[in-house]
Design a protein around this ligand. Structure first.
Ligand code: ZN
Length: 86
């Protein structure tokens, strides 16, 4: 991941984040996070701004320079579809 804009929204799950985030799990897929996993700050159908989700749950939107939750991304503009291979 070379794009500095993307890197700003990307984080690695450390022990502290693990304890905080796994109280609820991932808001996108409901699974727990694991130590050392890549996660991103993404906007989604939830309220209260960007939340931490698994990298694979999110799609980078170059238009807004933010990650969007995958389902939210395709819903927000039905014409485009989520890019494959992530
Ligand atoms: Zn997830």
């Amino acid at each position: 991941m070379k794009d500095p804009l993307r890197r700003k929204h990307t984080l690695i799950i450390d022990l502290e984040k693990l304890n905080t985030l796994n109280a609820e799990g991932c808001p996108a897929c409901g699974r727990k996070f694991t130590l050392g996993e890549i996660a991103v700050l993404a906007s989604g159908p939830w309220e209260g701004g960007p939340r931490v989700v698994h990298e694979s749950d999110a799609v980078w939107d170059p238009k807004t320079n933010t990650f969007l939750e995958r389902k939210f991304y395709s819903l927000s503009d039905p014409v485009r579809s989520a890019p494959a291979g992530r």
